[in-house]
Design a protein around this ligand. Structure first.
Ligand code: 1GP
Length: 252
């Protein structure tokens, strides 16, 4: 089978892409229909993955999403065990902000055997963790420190190192649930310095923040927590309605 690099093509288009991040540990597979019905209109991709996901959960969730939706699914893995042949592409992350060999080459090596067997678009990604005002799961799991937003120069240089290493994408990550997202001035400085597409995530909660990230030059923005919270509200409302109907039908 010929491998089609469609995700990379999407990233190189002059379009603002929106990836909604779904954590298999937080979204039960029976909620896939609810997820798909409530996606923001601008959603172009689904990203699936989490820092500490139970075995096989990612694969089961991706299978359910692919059965119900034509949206491309990109794996954003916390570890190599989350790779699934059913997805469209894999962010093959190297955590370049840190100095933990496990996340620079260890996990990548563990993935090789399986990747050789399947036909997945692999995107070499320079992953840069940036301080978002709280300790995030990435920091805890990787045992690395984020880069300070005060040091834009160091972030730009790390992104350039990613490009020189041959990465085809750079991901500026403030971490899931970050208090402050990556400052648009940093996004702009990186986007102007590198030739590869820039992806930004962590702490994006509003349309204004989203617009600012795109304006600064990001090709793709990733939203997880804010959408999760929206979905919870929808679910609560549905449950309330079900309870109301139930109570109603039993009080007649
Ligand atoms: C985390 O960038 C993603 O890896 C999304 O972050 O959950 O804060 O949107 P949020």
């Amino acid at each position: 089978m010929v491998k089609i690099n469609s995700f990379l093509k999407d990233l190189r288009l002059n379009k603002s892409l929106l990836g909604i991040l779904v954590d298999p540990d937080k979204l039960p597979v029976e909620d896939v229909a609810l997820l798909l019905q409530n996606l923001p209109k601008q959603t172009t991709h689904l990203l699936v993955g989490g820092s500490t996901v139970e075995k096989d959960k990612t694969q089961i969730l991706i299978k359910a999403i692919k059965a119900a939706s034509a949206l491309p699914v990109i794996i954003f893995p916390g570890d190599y065990a989350q790779i699934s042949a059913q997805a469209d592409a894999l962010l093959f992350l190297s955590l370049l902000s840190g100095r933990n060999p496990e996340y620079l080459i260890g996990q990548q090596l563990k993935a090789v055997k399986y990747l050789q067997k399947i036909n997945l678009e692999v995107i070499p990604t320079g992953y840069i963790l940036i301080d978002g005002g709280k300790t995030t799961a990435v920091e805890k799991v990787s045992q690395t420190k984020p880069m300070s937003q005060e040091n834009c120069k160091a972030i730009v240089e790390t992104a350039l190192a990613a490009e020189y290493m041959g990465k085809t994408l750079v991901y500026l990550e403030a971490g899931s649930g970050a208090k402050k997202c990556v400052n648009p001035t940093i996004v702009k400085a990186v986007a102007e310095a590198v030739k590869i597409p820039v992806m930004v995530g962590g702490g994006i909660k509003t349309q204004e923040q989203l617009a600012a990230v795109y304006k600064a030059g990001a090709k793709m923005a990733v939203v997880g927590t804010a959408f999760e919270n929206d979905l919870k509200t929808v679910k609560t409302k549905i449950n309330e309605n079900i309870c109301r109907t139930y109570t109603h039908s039993h009080t007649r």
